[in-house]
Design a protein around this ligand. Structure first.
Ligand SMILES: *Cc1c(COP(=O)(O)O)cnc(C)c1O
Ligand SMILES: [Zn+2]
Length: 421
């Protein structure tokens, strides 16, 4: 089995439920989607993908937000807080400065809880209800926990989150806490938290809603569909390239799946598929290492560090889906320093767009690849910004200027202003 763009639409197996089934990306084994709880293949432990007997065309999409794309999802409706439909901002100064034909920013920070994780959760929590599970759980660098807590409480379900102690931005913990998640702070990194949640899930303690869960990625496909529809509306063509931050590589996998399904449905020519371009922080770049070395597998990094805490991940679980996505679309992967990330965060802020550090990695990576001549001047590019500035107020304050104390009288204020000269 390979996740190639030219793969044919698979035959519908007997265990499909209303035209939906799960299929192993390694051995091709198929499973009924909602009979039992399952995250990976029973036969070979490979990653699973959701498959459909019929794939929609652009004409089939109607309405607003993630559920506009219901024909590309396993259900018609989910546990929703009006996620999706995020802006695709023009950034003329940044476009000029980086030097590409067109640059648009798909700002996923504009989702209900401030990150793209909401798109995955609206589907994932709907599936959890279908399966009749009790407790929902995730490991998280922060945003997954915020989204799970919000969507879980919306769905009236109990939620449990495992976070790496001291490595989660303040806004995200505040969200998980207020939305009522039980929060366990683990004295280790994210990858260990995910190991623990997988263990809890396999012991039946909770339903796992990390991006290892194939239904999460179905919701996140809609980022790709919205970007394509936005470019078609404004430029009459899809983007040449989509640049995105990579942590567990769920989005990279989800966008690739969206494109494969459009190719299979005859809606997108293989040659037009946007080049998927992943960006990691230098201190947590196992995917970049694998792409640079032409490796089939990603080596787990045990020690990871970056100020972009949302992508402080050393063992990207979706690598077997994402590596073919980057390679088959003729994309690439690049790492950027924390200084480059902060500079890009300021660049975006200068266009009025407030993002958290991990999000700015996409723009930092684009600049680096453009400077290296790997991205051409005539390309039309979409950069994904994954989370909102307010998620990580400490990073934003550190990247911005300091407030100046002034006395409580207008003369003092005027004096301070005139000191500038
Ligand atoms: C989860 C997250 C990422 C990483 O996305 P993956 O799909 O795991 O690669 C990047 N940025 C932010 C802000 C996130 O919350
Ligand atoms: Zn298998």
């Amino acid at each position: 089995m390979s996740l190639s763009l030219s793969a044919d639409q698979p035959a519908v197996p007997a265990n499909a439920d209303d035209g939906v089934w799960l299929e192993c990306i390694e051995c091709g084994e198929t499973f009924a989607p909602f009979d039992d709880i399952r995250y990976t293949c029973d036969e070979c432990d490979g990653l699973l993908e959701v498959r459909y007997d019929e794939l929609p065309t652009f004409d089939d999409f109607e309405g607003r937000g993630v559920w506009r794309y219901a024909d590309a999802l396993p259900f018609d409706e989910g546990v929703s807080i009006q996620e999706g439909d995020t802006p695709l901002y023009e950034v003329p100064r940044l476009e000029d400065d980086i030097g590409v034909e067109a640059l648009r920013i798909k700002h996923e920070g504009m989702n209900p809880t401030g990150s793209f994780k909401d798109r995955g959760m609206t589907v994932g929590v709907r599936v959890a209800k279908e399966l009749g599970v009790g407790r929902l759980a995730c490991a998280s660098t922060g945003n997954t926990s915020a989204a799970l807590a919000a969507y879980g409480s919306r769905g009236g379900m109990e939620t449990l989150v495992l976070l790496p102690a001291g490595k989660v931005a303040a806004g995200k913990i505040a969200q998980a806490s207020l939305h009522g998640a039980r929060i366990l702070e683990v004295d280790d990194n994210f990858d260990t938290c995910l190991d623990f949640v997988q263990e809890l899930a396999s012991r039946g303690e909770a339903y796992l809603l990390n991006s290892l869960n194939p239904f999460r990625l179905e919701g996140q496909k809609t980022i790709g569909l919205e970007i394509l529809e936005g470019f078609l509306a404004d430029y009459d063509t899809v983007p040449d390239r989509i640049v995105l931050p990579v942590g567990n590589a769920g989005n990279t996998s989800a966008l690739y799946k969206a494109f494969r399904e459009l190719v299979q449905a005859g809606e997108l020519a293989e040659a037009d598929v946007p080049k998927l371009t992943g960006v990691q922080a230098e201190g947590a770049a196992p995917m970049v290492e694998a792409i640079e070395n032409g490796a089939d597998e990603v080596r787990r990094w045990d020690d990871v560090e970056t100020r972009a805490t949302a992508i402080r991940i050393g063992n990207p679980v979706n690598a077997p889906k994402a590596l073919p996505g980057i390679r088959e679309t003729d994309g690439t992967a690049v790492s950027v320093s924390d200084e480059e990330i902060t500079a890009a965060q300021r660049d975006l802020a200068g266009e009025g767009i407030g993002v958290e550090p991990a999000s700015a990695a996409s723009v930092a990576g684009l600049r680096k690849l453009r400077n290296a001549g790997i991205v051409d001047a005539d390309e039309r590019v979409a950069c994904l910004t994954t989370g909102h500035l307010l998620k990580d107020p400490d990073a934003a304050a550190a990247a911005g200027g300091d407030p100046e104390p002034v006395p409580g009288d207008i003369d003092g204020v005027l004096e301070t202003l005139s000191d500038d000269a």
